[in-house]
Design a protein around this ligand. Structure first.
Ligand code: LMR
Length: 338
């Protein structure tokens, strides 16, 4: 039986009222959009949010004001989704690996190891399957606006991670996705779900031994200062969904909604265009710091990781749904390694 906690009850009641907390903003001039996120301003997502703010404010001629709150200043990973549903904030761009708690497990398909071979393969998947998945958010009071790409995951610890055996017994921080949990277990590690804002401290104090992530986050959160070894494994992919409180969006006057849509389109093009270079630059800065060794796996090592991780696809199909996995394989052009 599903447990109904008081918090959940409150959330359901607020949702039933149609996210009324979102509405008073519409009566004010200007309309205020609070955009909360968990990363630093100087990252692809941080810069995308800032560009969105500039475009919306300029094109609405000041009728919409966008307030960007970076670095989990307002809410952590899980809390921000609840805040969006309640209308305490209007916009977010969480990683797709954090949608499980909303009950949209299909999003975890994006975490299947080695699913995407390149950015084009990822983009094709968001353009097709991603669009369908947006419809599943609507009953949660959320409207999906766009997908923002942030490149491939790298892996870190205080010991070299070359072979699968190197992971044995390591406590590895993950986002809340069950696919990521299965991935770490398949490598022999012990996964630990943790909010992004707690990661640096947890690595520094040894609560966890390692993590996966992208170079722009490793650099801006100073992860490389508390992790001696980084492996460029590219085993996973980090992407965000730009989402908005649905009642708020639907309640906007048509002309302001059009302004928002056009700003979203252009900010998305911008965020997607800078991600690769931002991550490459961050990696160069990490290398230049001399604090962390950056290792590129050999073909044989990469193949060993792939072999160890493929069972995760099979084991997670029942959770994510076969139709979703099939659609992702088709869109991504996935071919299982021999
Ligand atoms: C993480 O929690 O590692 C990422 O989702 C953070 C982010 O938003 O880039």
């Amino acid at each position: 039986m599903k447990l109904v906690t008081p918090r959940r009850l409150l959330l359901s009641a607020a949702l039933a009222l149609g996210g009324l907390a979102a509405l008073p903003a519409l009566a004010q001039t200007p309309v205020v959009i609070k955009f909360s996120h968990v990363v630093a301003p100087d990252t692809p997502k941080g810069k995308g949010a800032q560009r969105l703010k500039e475009l919306v404010e300029e094109r609405s001629k000041g009728r919409i004001k966008v307030e960007v709150y970076p670095n989990s200043q307002l809410y952590k990973d899980k809390e921000e989704l609840e805040a969006l549903q309640l209308g305490s904030v209007q916009m977010l761009a969480p990683s797709l690996a954090k949608f499980g708690p909303l009950g949209v497990k299909e999003y975890e398909v994006f975490d299947l190891p080695f699913l995407f071979k390149d950015e084009a393969s990822f983009r094709n998947t968001t353009d097709t399957l991603g669009k369908d998945l947006f419809t599943k958010l609507e009953s949660k009071g959320i409207k999906g606006l766009a997908y923002w790409d942030n490149g491939f995951h790298i892996m870190s610890a205080n010991k070299p991670l070359h072979k699968v055996a190197d992971f044995k017994g390591l406590k590895m921080r993950i986002q809340s996705s069950k696919v990521l949990d299965a991935q770490m277990r398949a490598l022999g590690a012990i996964p630990q779900v943790m909010a992004f804002s707690e990661l640096y401290q947890a690595l520094q104090s040894g609560v966890v031994d390692g993590t996966e992530g992208v170079a722009s986050n490793f650099y801006t959160q100073k992860i490389y200062e508390v992790q001696k070894h980084i492996t460029l494994s590219n085993h996973g992919h980090l992407a965000y969904a730009l989402i908005i409180n649905k009642k708020f969006y639907d309640g906007l006057p048509a002309d302001l909604r059009a302004v928002l849509d056009s700003a979203v389109k252009d900010a998305t093009t911008y965020a997607n265009a800078i991600a690769q270079t931002e991550n490459a630059t961050a990696l160069e800065k990490i290398k230049a710091s001399g604090k962390s060794t950056v290792y590129t796996p050999s073909a044989a090592e990469a193949n060993e990781w792939k072999q160890a991780l493929m069972p995760v696809h099979r084991d997670m199909t029942s959770r994510v749904g076969k139709a979703t996995v099939d659609a992702a394989y088709k869109a991504a052009g996935f071919v299982a390694p021999k």
